[in-house]
Design a protein around this ligand. Structure first.
Ligand SMILES: Cc1cc2nc3c(=O)[nH]c(=O)nc-3n(C[C@H](O)[C@H](O)[C@H](O)COP(=O)(O)OP(=O)(O)OC[C@H]3O[C@@H](n4cnc5c(N)ncnc54)[C@H](O)[C@@H]3O)c2cc1C
Length: 250
């Protein structure tokens, strides 16, 4: 019922994770609505259950187990999270708007939830930068533009993240998909990567960053549209359409 993995970091440390798959019965015992399931005690309780799991490595013929890692992990750095997956349809109402996990909770297998939270913030800020008067009607209009731009991207990332759960799954389908993924042609792999990372919004009200990544970004709607709107507004206010957002290299 578990998958566990370790990975090394650039800081010469090791990170570890254990995924506990729940069925109908066990999911009742691990109810995500119980606060006790989220605290450090819950993480420690799960860690106790998985200490004996073997991991590759070991010295002088001695087997390595998860216990070696768990004992070296400060308890405040251990956390247990319950799986939540959903893309909500409603992202705003009145003067309130949602971004990140509040409106789209993706499977951690994809490793993109945080990226999309930041991209939401950039896109929302772009549209907000066109407002001179934040009354409810105008806010509603920019919230709608923000949601229209980000919702399809969040939906696609949600689907890709679900597909990537097979990297860790224990059932036959996951095993077959893993075998298939080892054999997919490079061009298919590139398409998957493009789908995951092509949407890279930049802030239109800051100096633009030169994007030198081999994977070109897709059309950045809010960047181009709000740049044009802000130029027009600047022209009206000062008679000049110059706004400072020349590219800088980072
Ligand atoms: C195991 C795991 C691995 C992941 N790996 C990756 C990865 O490799 N790459 C990646 O991009 N993403 C990853 N993610 C996803 C990423 O962590 C989230 O998508 C991201 O943190 C969402 O950011 P957020 O600001 O929307 O929400 P959060 O980071 O959840 O921030 C919300 C904040 O609001 C606070 N809060 C909640 N309620 C209240 C309240 N009533 N009053 C005041 N404050 C409140 C919370 O304490 C929290 O600090 C991973 C997630 C998990 C669970």
């Amino acid at each position: 019922m578990c998958t566990w993995f370790t990975n090394t970091t650039a800081q010469n440390t090791v990170c570890w994770s254990v995924i506990h798959f729940l069925d109908k019965d066990s999911s009742k015992r691990h109810d995500s609505f119980r606060n006790s399931e989220w605290g450090p005690e819950a993480a420690e309780a799960l860690a106790r259950e998985v200490r004996v799991f073997k991991v590759p490595g070991g010295k002088d013929g001695k087997e390595l187990t998860m216990a070696e890692y768990i004992d070296r992990t400060p308890s405040d750095l251990m956390s247990k999270v319950m799986l939540e997956e959903i893309v909500f349809d409603t992202w705003y109402g009145g003067r309130t708007v949602l971004l990140g996990d509040a409106c789209h909770k993706m499977n951690p297998s994809g490793g993109v939830g945080g990226i999309h939270a930041i991209h939401d913030a950039v896109t929302l800020a772009n549209w907000m930068s066109t407002l001179r008067l934040a009354d409810e009607e105008k806010l509603g209009k920019v919230f709608k533009k923000y949601r229209n731009e980000r919702y399809p991207v969040a939906k696609a990332a949600f689907a890709t993240s679900q597909m990537l759960t097979h990297n860790f799954g224990k059932n036959l389908l996951s095993v077959l998909i893993r075998e298939m993924m080892k054999r997919i042609p490079v061009w298919v792999f590139k398409r998957i990567i493009y789908k995951m990372y092509a949407s890279r919004p930049q802030a239109s009200f800051l100096p633009l960053v030169e994007d030198n990544a081999p994977l070109k970004p897709s059309y950045q709607y809010s960047l181009h549209k709000t740049l044009a709107i802000n130029k027009e507004l600047a022209k009206k206010a000062t008679g000049s359409s110059t706004i400072s957002n020349t590219p800088v290299t980072v």
